[in-house]
Design a protein around this ligand. Structure first.
Ligand SMILES: NC(=O)c1ccc[n+]([C@@H]2O[C@H](COP(=O)([O-])OP(=O)(O)OC[C@H]3O[C@@H](n4cnc5c(N)ncnc54)[C@H](OP(=O)(O)O)[C@@H]3O)[C@@H](O)[C@H]2O)c1
Length: 310
């Protein structure tokens, strides 16, 4: 099969679109023919070598976590899905991923693709939806009448988080710069251009902060929470000492919620018109270097999708 390998950590030049052995599903596994996948900042972090300390990767390594495709083959004991099923899931993370024509996934994680989405749009959902879900639903249990501040609300995780928050009938404050009009389209109640206004001048007494940036943004976020509120981060573990000093809670998001449950719920939401992924660019898998370059530009609106079957 064709795949994008890295043989070492480094810059864009370590990405090679080349031949790779097609994997064989073991017990409880499924081989999926990948029709579409996406690029996430996580892939760039792995490529650059930042994740090697957490995961026991070996080279050559295939990156990529999002999958929409068709089940090609199932391993021993698999009853959940059959060859020919049209599915979506999150794969990779700990091992070879989806920037390839075929990827292995755990059968328990594989879910029927939302029927109304084509592969391009279905692939846009898993990684970012699992992340936003874990934060807003599992950890914060966001509810009607509460207020959430979503930093980087126009990006991959952010644009799904905004929709989950509106589904839970929360008030949403969101930050962006060039994508500010997109925040209005998403239904953000209070869009803030972070280049023109300090978010803490607008956001006060919020129940939840979703920090997708870390650093100074996280530091400045504590003060906008009401007592008992919660700061969630995807990038930098928030300090428990600072949380206690502010009388609030904190949680680091790690994208390990029950994949099947969340993606099944997400598919229902798509069919009910409550969740809609936004795709700002579609590139062939061969243009993987360009995809990494685009995501590292830090101005992605929604998702960048990689098309594998043209
Ligand atoms: N821990 C986990 O399990 C997990 C899971 C998923 C993601 N993550 C991490 O979460 C972060 C966000 O991921 P993502 O996929 O949403 O990223 P992304 O799609 O690349 O985010 C791009 C967005 O960031 C916005 N942005 C850039 N600088 C900003 C600033 N200073 N203030 C507000 N918005 C800003 C941009 O808006 P404008 O263009 O309008 O400026 C753009 O729309 C990444 O670091 C990723 O690695 C972690």
């Amino acid at each position: 099969m064709k795949a994008v390998h890295i043989h070492d950590y480094g810059g864009l030049d370590v990405l090679h679109y080349e031949d790779a052995p097609r994997p064989t599903p073991g017990a409880g596994e499924v081989l999926i023919h990948v029709y579409a996948t996406t690029i996430n900042p996580f892939d760039c972090a792995v490529r650059a070598g930042y994740m090697g300390q957490y995961f026991n990767y070996t080279f050559p390594l295939i990156l990529g976590t999002d999958v929409s495709g068709v089940v090609e083959e199932v391993g021993e004991g698999v009853t959940e899905v059959s060859p020919g099923d049209v599915v979506y899931t999150r794969a990779g993370i700990y091992r070879d991923g989806a920037h390839a024509e075929y990827v292995l996934a755990f059968a328990a994680d594989v879910v029927p693709k939302p029927a109304s989405l084509d592969h391009i749009y279905a692939a846009a959902l898993p990684h970012v939806t699992l992340t936003a879900w874990q934060g807003l639903i599992e950890f914060a249990d966001l509810s009607e009448g509460q207020t959430i501040l979503v930093h980087a609300a126009a990006g991959g995780v952010g644009h799904i988080a905004v929709q989950l928050a509106k589904w839970r009938k929360a008030e949403v404050i969101g930050t962006a710069s060039i994508s500010l009009p997109f925040l209005e389209e998403l239904g953000v109640d209070e869009p803030i251009d972070y280049t023109k206004r300090a978010f803490e001048d607008v956001a006060k007494d919020v129940d939840v902060v979703l920090d997708l940036l870390g650093g100074e943004t996280q530091q400045r976020s504590w003060q906008v929470l009401k007592p008992g509120g919660i700061l969630l981060s995807t990038v930098q573990p928030p300090s428990q000492d600072i949380a206690l000093a502010h009388g609030v809670r904190q949680k680091m998001i790690g994208t390990s919620p029950p994949i099947r449950k969340v993606l099944t719920e997400a598919a229902h939401m798509v069919e009910n018109g409550q969740l809609k992924p936004f795709v700002s660019a579609v590139l062939p898998l061969e243009e993987i270097q360009k995809a990494h370059e685009m995501i590292e530009g830090r101005h992605t609106r929604g998702k960048i999708v990689l098309e594998v079957v043209h």
